[in-house]
Design a protein around this ligand. Structure first.
Ligand SMILES: [Zn+2]
Length: 203
């Protein structure tokens, strides 16, 4: 009886996580990696439940997964969001110390998936609007744990950490400092529409 209960509970946990990831428009391969469910089962979950769980239709992503490191530092706003998300990953124990076996391979995949959703949802709550999709967030965590192309560095102005790609040698201030400076420039020119904030988002 206990075995039956355990089996039911495990199945329920895998379904719950799959549905949670479907709501975030995760790819089938990402859901499979965390839940161990078959592609066919995940497709049936999409069809049976996804539209009932959301007021807006859930999209399924096909094609290539995100794979560009520079996406995360392409402008000030995205670099700010990526750096904030990296902090959420750290808070939920998803960033591995250097030299240790990283990520989902050495962890309980279900628990790893749940903590990833916790971090992503926390990040969503902190920002009114965001440009990072669930799959970009998943790719970012992979980059941080598996590659040295993106790393956290300390801002020499405010001491906070932010993400920087290893190819960019010239930026010495963090996105938060740049956003603050842009807002300060706006406040000094209240009599006309300010383009500084928009410009710093695009730089
Ligand atoms: Zn700074």
């Amino acid at each position: 009886m206990d075995l039956e209960n355990d089996s039911y509970s495990n199945e329920r946990s895998r379904n719950d996580l799959a549905l949670r990831m479907i709501r975030h428009e995760a790819r089938t391969c990402t859901i499979r990696e965390c839940t161990g469910l078959s592609d066919d089962r995940i497709r049936r979950l999409y069809k049976s439940y996804a539209h009932e769980l959301s007021e807006t239709p859930v999209r399924r992503h096909r094609g290539k997964s995100p794979r560009q490191v520079t996406f995360f530092v392409r402008n000030t706003r995205t670099q700010f969001e990526s750096s904030l998300l990296a902090s959420a990953f750290a808070a939920f124990g998803l960033l591995q110390p250097a030299g240790t076996q990283p990520s989902i391979e050495s962890d309980d995949p279900l628990d790893y998936g749940r903590r990833f959703c916790d971090a992503y949802e926390t990040h969503q709550q902190l920002l009114n609007t965001q440009t990072l999709s669930f799959e970009h967030a998943w790719f970012l965590l992979r980059l941080l744990n598996h590659s040295g192309d993106l790393r956290a560095v300390r801002c020499r102005h405010c001491d906070s950490y932010y993400l920087k790609d290893k190819f960019n040698l010239c930026r010495h201030s963090c996105p938060t400092c740049r956003l603050k400076r842009a807002r300060a420039r706006c406040r000094t020119k209240p009599w006309k529409p300010c383009s500084s904030s928009r410009a710093v988002m695009r730089d």
